[in-house]
Design a protein around this ligand. Sequence first.
Ligand code: F0G
Length: 353
Amino acid sequence: MWKGIIDHYREFLPVSDRTPIVTLNEGNTPLIFGKNISSRLDGKFKLFFKFEGANPTGSFKDRGMTLAISKALEEGSKAVICASTGNTSAAAAAFAAQAGMKCMVLIPNGSIALGKLAQALIHGTIVLAVDGSFDDALRVVKEVTQKYPLTLVNSINPYRLEGQKTAAFEICDSLEGRAPDFHFIPVGNAGNISAYWQGYSEYFKLKKSDRLPRMMGFQAAGAAPIVEGHVIEKPETIATAIRIGNPANWQKALSTKEESKGLIDKVTDQEILEAYQILAHDEGIFCEPASATSLAGFLKLHHQNFFEDRKKEETLITLTLTGHGLKDPDRAIKTAGEPHVIKPRMEEVIKWM
Ligand code: F0G
């Protein structure tokens, strides 16, 4: 039986027999072959989507949170706190509930997706909607944890990245030791790209995988501080999960880019929404808008002939889809349109055939 990432990857994680494991059996998410998208790419690419929306709270945050909350409990902490664009708060709320710990989350008022807000609220967390941005919320949370004994569970907490690196292990395990040539991933606070790189590097060193991928991070164009090289005071994007102007793991993301010979680039909201629809229409995968940034990034580079020099080899590409589409139902309906309302009569159905 799958009992979560700590149980499965225990030897690679900073836990001991004394660590109480708080788990929702997260991880072991599907690596889905994008057969329709791949077949349109002249047989040169194999695209595999790591669908992190299949985690218990619907995003990759569960991997980091199982470890962060377990370690907080081990260290005797009674309460946790984080700032969030939504998914971290949903995961913190759920794992804190299981651990019996108090939890406080600070979210940017009015700009987190509906599903995420519902999640944070239903677990009994104290939800504070800050009149400001995610970056403002994170600054306040850091101040609070310097003065009061609450454990910070944002990705500055090293256990978060340790947990999140297991997604890279799972990819190599699913591909039987063949690591991807390129890994595409959305970048917000820039923790996850760093965690994947750590995971890929550790596996490669232990000869559990055959190569190191180039890490390809993508920000939303209106919230691309790493690409622009400066803090963005008022980040804007429909991909609210990555609406961040001053990423906490900025330096780590830059090292990841350099060490992996990868890049950090940006895609427009329109490119993100196109990729979001392609995934839903062509592959049957419903992810949230921010997650589609990874495919938007791949398609952008493909159109720019970025992969020209790889003509002869088949290229294996993995792309992280960070969160479930149900997180943001408003965006789905805005994008796809409302249903057709009809009278309960057969003729009315036939009209639409
Ligand atoms: N995709 C989704 C769906 C996210 O929720 C996030 C981050 C990212 C991508 C970017 O990951 O921050 O590690 O670079 N969400 C955080 C939150 C900020 O509060 O839920 P990152």
